[in-house]
Design a protein around this ligand. Structure first.
Ligand code: NIG
Ligand code: FE
Length: 399
């Protein structure tokens, strides 16, 4: 992972060549010392003159498997309600859970597969996907099996997270501990047994799950060899960062609220802070203080939080523009946050996240640009000409 001032450093080769073999990066270098290839006949050549070749985006936080849009709540919010008020009246995550319980595994799979195609066309090459709209054993397992099938059938690199503690179902309103028991004691071992999760997650927040409840989940999962990535500090600071870092969580995500003590705690650990600026944009809540985090010497990753309630976009290009525009990150910092650090946050950094010999050949080729800054400056435009995943051209402007 890259921390602090290292995040500004994005090694770049002008006028470069790069060779892909069997889906992996075989070699690269400058055209100045390119010795030529004797036999070009079987090679596919892509001319990227005037363009940037970047590692593909690694989106380490999404809820890509979901039933349907929540555009009706979007309108409620435009009429003045807040995300929290909508949740309190049984909307929000509970609304998504109700819709999801009525859908079959096959329907969920097909909808998510299509969403992944869209993400891939916008330059994403690796994606973490959470459960959490099941809220009972049957539907959580259903979601996780959908993610397992996506891993097997979709070209993107996918990691799966069992979001065991996402919202409190109405029937557990007065006995939340029973719900935590259900997820931790009954469902988690089954998830582990079926090999359905790379990570576990909890929404640690006022009105959702306490630090103690999150800790129970993290510790039980750790005993089964499953690390945690958690939702903390979205609306309130209740001690989630300290608890997660103490328990060696892979990442702490959201952090729209972050105090000096949290920064100190993060400096003492190996947990990746993850900012989700599209969620801040959509909910009109504060942006994660990226400058405070990076200037303190910490690493930072950016992710979309793609979900129907707080970020109905999985477009990393928009996230990256928000990183620059709203969080005052430099273009090079944004690239590192969305590639190598994102890859670390989902534990795929040994195979993706940088242009390194031996890693998967998964890239973005931009449109012709005068500078890397233009990639994020022209926000809302599609600045990508081609996307290559595992050596295959999966998106081309010409087609
Ligand atoms: O990361 N904060 C909790 N979970 C999601 C929102 C899920 C939803 O509203 O459906 C998030 O923002
Ligand atoms: Fe989320």
């Amino acid at each position: 992972m890259l921390r602090g001032v290292e995040m500004k450093n994005l090694p770049c080769i002008d006028n470069a060549w790069l060779a892909i073999e069997d889906g992996f990066i075989a070699a690269f270098g400058s055209m100045n010392d390119f010795n030529g290839i004797e036999d070009w006949r079987d090679l596919t050549v892509i001319d990227a003159a005037g363009k940037f070749v970047l590692p593909g985006w690694c989106d380490s936080h999404t809820h890509t498997v979901f039933a349907a849009s929540r555009a009706e709540e979007f309108v409620d919010r435009l009429n003045g309600m807040t995300y929290e008020q909508i949740a309190q009246r049984g909307g929000g995550i509970l609304n998504s859970a109700m819709k999801l319980s009525r859908m079959s595994e096959e329907e969920l799979f097909l909808a998510a597969f299509e969403r992944l195609n869209q993400l891939m066309h916008s330059g994403t090459v690796a994606v973490e996907i959470k459960s959490g709209y099941g809220l009972d054993e049957e539907n959580e397992l259903k979601m996780l099996r959908v993610i397992k099938r996506l891993k097997a059938e979709h070209p993107l690199t996918i990691k799966s997270t069992f979001l065991a503690l996402h919202a409190i179902p109405i029937e557990y309103k007065d006995n939340v501990e029973d719900f935590v028991d259900l997820m931790v004691v009954q469902v988690l071992p089954k998830v582990a047994n079926e090999g359905l999760a790379d990570f576990v997650d909890a929404f640690c927040e006022e009105g959702y799950f306490s630090v103690a409840q999150m800790n129970r989940l993290i510790e039980a999962a750790q005993a089964l060899g499953i690390p945690a990535k958690v939702h903390v500090n979205q609306f309130n600071i209740i001690g989630g960062v300290q608890a997660a870092v103490d328990r060696n969580a892979r990442s702490v995500d959201h952090l729209e609220e972050l105090n000096d003590n949290d920064v100190e705690v993060l400096l003492g650990g190996n947990t990746m802070p993850v900012a989700l600026p599209a969620c801040s944009f959509f909910l009109r809540i504060p942006y994660t203080p990226a400058r405070k985090i990076i200037d303190a010497g910490l690493p930072l990753a950016l992710a979309t939080d793609f979900n129907p309630g707080s970020s109905p976009s999985g477009n990393m290009n928009f996230v990256n523009s928000l990183g620059c525009i709203q969080q005052r990150m430099l273009p090079s910092e944004v690239v590192n946050a969305s590639t190598l650090n994102g890859a670390y946050a989902m534990d795929v950094h040994s195979e993706l996240g940088s242009i390194t010999v031996g890693k998967k050949a998964s890239f973005i080729i931009t449109k012709p640009l005068n500078s890397l800054a233009e990639m994020f400056y022209y926000f809302g435009d599609n600045n990508i000409d081609q996307v290559i995943v595992n050596g295959e051209l999966v998106h081309s402007k010409a087609n």
